[in-house]
Write a protein that binds this ligand. Structure first.
Ligand code: NI
Length: 129
């Protein structure tokens, strides 16, 4: 490995609070494997989607609930937080085929009136030690 690359990695390790280089390398490898698994359409994955929306937007809450009911086989649970007088935050945990979880998240995030949405992907970890 080029010294400059190793030095940059060591700086990152220190900033991230790893106690040693091998711990950081294990994390990087796991992250790479998880990302790779997500590219496989049939892999079983876990995803959490976070949505921000204005609860005054007509029928938006009902529309988001309807989408989740249609894919009840994928949705594990949801949590709703009333952030302030207007804004709601909703987190939805999903599990299923990678392609299904992504399609469901895209549908939720793309619903008219959703201000911001983000899907965080991981796996069940079965293949990770
Ligand atoms: Ni609310």
């Amino acid at each position: 490995m080029p010294a400059q690359l190793a030095d940059a990695f060591d700086d990152l390790i220190e900033r991230k609070g790893y106690t040693n280089r091998s711990e950081a390398i294990r994390d990087v490898i796991r992250r790479y494997l998880v990302e790779e698994e997500w590219t496989t359409q049939d892999a079983e994955v876990v995803g959490t989607v976070t949505l921000i929306y204005d609860h005054h937007t007509h029928d938006l809450g009902e529309a988001l609930t309807e989408i989740q009911h249609q894919r009840h086989d994928c949705v594990l649970c949801s949590q709703h937080v009333h952030l302030d007088a207007h804004n709601c935050l909703e987190t939805i945990v999903m599990r299923g085929k990678s392609s299904d979880v992504r399609a469901l998240a895209d549908g939720l995030i793309g619903t008219r009136g959703v201000k911001h949405g983000r899907l965080v992907c991981t796996t069940t970890g079965k293949k990770l030690v």
